[in-house]
Design a binder for this molecule. Structure first.
Ligand code: GLU
Length: 419
């Protein structure tokens, strides 16, 4: 199979994980490429009129991994390092994630290679609208439903919904999730990923017999996932001793005051310089002694170079793909309990699914209903993953991936191969 189109460190990593799990599950060689290779990918040039009058062209992508179980689902990332290979890997992980938690979707992901922090609001809006316009043929509530990811937010989702709706001639809230509540967004969607992370952390602590009082946590990435995960863990009585963002980290062994930190971040757009904490690098942060480490930034952060130094008991993967397969082996030898990404951060796409269902029915739920249904699905997926890990004496990552991959494999077998 020629992987050239998607070849990148992250895509190779996703394939390596798949191959390891496919060997363990004895998936016939004949079925493997069909499961692994993305069904469709679209690369688009996105010309944007900049504020200074010049025109700049950005590269945009959307990859739909499989269409076997329903429409495809996954976020859109605005980040300078976005490539089609990275997007393909993230789309594959979305497939296993949706299947693991039982959502009727295949995985997708999209992205534009840009630095949204360097764009004005007007430039960001024009970029989002033109990217959406280029994607129109492959989007739709029954086709492919985007959502937020790194560098995108509710406002960006509102522009996507508006651009798509103008083309269709009527308002189509179900084309995108993670929208503002006023436009058909779901209560609880913004916080869902971080709250889900904290919920699963508490389930992992129960499993290991760790109590929240006296426990410490470190969070890499203080964006929508990391900041909410930190706050929810703090509410459980866990002390948050260090957090970081793209600019650097802060550390206070006595615990950070998150309310003050949020006020500081709102004013300064970074955690760096927060009074009452020491400065620390992202590399130092990952190896701080703590009970819970939450990587909630980008992929490939815990590798064979630092996996030996990581000093947590629970690794809760808020990000997608933060741990390489080589690091996985080291973490397993060291008995670190991993809540793998496709389980740990699945709260986001679960509530996205609820948002889509509410949009299709034009019937909206209370926050209590959303949270109740969210925790029920997380509980079920956590229980099934833990049982699978124990039954086969495999890691939590292997257990989660094997459950997700099996469902997609079974579905493909049932549907058969046309013609
Ligand atoms: N970007 C998020 C993820 O990686 C959310 C996707 C969604 O809600 O569709 O899971």
């Amino acid at each position: 199979m020629n992987l050239h189109h998607y070849d990148s460190p992250t895509y190779r990593m996703a394939c390596q994980q798949f191959d390891l799990v496919a060997d363990f599950m004895n998936i016939p060689q004949n079925d493997r490429d069909r499961l692994k290779l993305p069904k469709r990918s679209l690369s688009v040039a996105v010309p944007v009129r900049m504020d200074d009058g010049s025109t700049k062209v950005f590269m945009g992508y959307r990859v739909q991994h499989h269409l076997t179980l329903g429409p495809t689902k996954g976020g859109i990332r605005f980040h300078p390092d976005v490539t089609v290979g990275e997007v393909a890997a993230l789309a594959m992980w979305m497939s296993w994630k949706c299947a693991l938690v039982g959502l009727p979707y295949g995985g997708a992901k999209g992205g534009v290679a840009c630095d949204p922090r360097l764009l004005s609001k007007g430039e960001l809006e024009r970029l989002t609208r033109r990217y959406t316009q280029e994607l129109i043929p492959v989007l739709g509530p029954q086709v492919d439903i985007p959502a937020p990811d790194v560098g995108t937010n509710e406002q960006v989702m509102a522009w996507i919904m508006d651009t798509y709706s103008l083309q269709m001639g009527h308002t189509v809230p179900g084309v995108v999730t993670g929208k503002p509540v006023l436009l058909g967004g779901s209560l609880g969607r913004r916080e869902a990923t971080g709250r889900g992370v904290a919920y699963l952390v508490s389930r992992a602590m129960d499993t290991l017999g760790i109590t929240a009082q006296g426990a410490t946590a470190v969070v890499q990435g203080y964006g929508n996932v990391g900041s909410v995960a930190a706050l929810s863990m703090a509410k459980q009585g866990i002390k948050i001793i260090a957090v970081s963002d793209a600019f650097g980290g802060i550390f206070n062994p006595e615990g950070l005051d998150l309310n003050q930190l949020d006020t500081y971040v709102a004013a300064n757009r970074s955690v760096v310089g927060f009074p009452g904490a020491e400065a620390i690098t992202n590399e130092q942060l990952l190896v701080l002694p703590c009970d819970i480490l939450v990587p909630a930034a980008l992929e490939r952060q815990i590798t064979e170079t630092n996996a030996h130094q990581v000093q947590c008991r629970i690794l809760a993967e808020g990000a997608n793909g933060p741990t390489t397969p080589e690091a996985d082996v080291i973490l397993a030898e060291r008995n670190i309990f991993v809540i793998p990404d496709i389980l740990c951060n699945s709260g986001g796409v679960i509530v996205s699914y609820f948002e889509w269902v509410q949009d299709l029915q034009s019937f909206f739920w209370t926050e209590g209903e959303v949270l109740d249904k969210l925790f029920r699905l997380l509980e079920q997926a956590f229980g099934q993953t833990l049982a699978q890990a124990k039954k086969h004496q495999i890691s939590m990552r292997f257990a989660a991936l094997s459950l997700g991959i099996k469902r997609v494999h079974d579905a493909k077998t049932l549907r058969g191969l046309y013609p």
